[in-house]
Each structure stands twice: as structure tokens, then as C-alpha cells.
Design a protein around this ligand. Structure first.
Ligand code: ZN
Length: 107
């Protein structure tokens, strides 16, 4: 048992701090996120997730919408190979990042 990630799947940091907060993914993905993603990258995903929820009008009460969000999360966090995303053009992270304009951070 360690408090660090061996090597973060997203940013590649060695021995980075682990995620400490709640991870709202299904069990399999959650286990991978907790063991392979550092805390800083998780924070980045949480901000991106909000964007995704707005951009795609995702409803977390719907199982299919949660699956979309997990899909984006897995891609964002480097837990998924790009090829597996080829069938899902419209709902890609690239699309999302192109659409998104940063908002003022004084809120
Ligand atoms: Zn990282």
C-alpha cells in the first residue's frame, strides 16, 4: 500500500500523489483511475468533466450518459488507446476541447 502512483497514465509523473477524493466511475474504471492516475490529473479531469456535462447536456441519472462520461474520462486520463475511440467521432475529447472556451476563474 502506497500513497503514490508509480507512473501516472496521463502525465507520466513518477511517484505522484494519489487521488484522495471520490471517484464517480464504475468499479473497473475507478480501480484503474485510482491506481494509475495522479491527483493533479484527476483535478484536471474534474474541470473537464464539468465542460462535458454542459457541452453534451449529460444527465448523470441516465446510464447511457454516464457511460459517455466514463468514456471521455478514460480517454482524458490516458487509460484508453485512441484507436478504440474511432467509432465515436462526435463525442470525442478533441471535439470538446475545440468547443470549450475558458471562463473567468473568479467564481
Ligand atoms: Zn498525472
Amino acid at each position: 500500500m502506497t500513497d503514490n502512483v508509480g507512473r501516472c497514465a496521463r502525465c507520466g509523473a513518477e511517484n505522484a500523489p494519489k487521488i484522495s477524493g471520490w471517484v464517480g466511475f464504475s468499479a473497473d474504471l475507478k480501480a484503474r483511475v485510482l491506481s494509475e492516475v495522479c491527483a493533479a490529473c484527476w483535478e484536471a479531469w474534474k474541470a473537464t468533466q464539468l465542460m462535458a456535462l454542459n457541452e453534451y447536456r449529460l444527465n448523470l441519472g441516465r446510464e447511457d450518459h454516464r457511460a459517455i462520461l466514463e468514456d471521455l474520462g478514460a480517454e482524458f486520463l490516458g487509460l484508453k488507446s485512441p484507436e478504440t475511440n474511432a467509432d465515436n467521432d462526435e463525442l470525442s475529447l478533441n471535439h470538446l476541447q475545440q468547443q470549450w472556451k475558458p471562463v473567468d476563474e473568479d467564481g
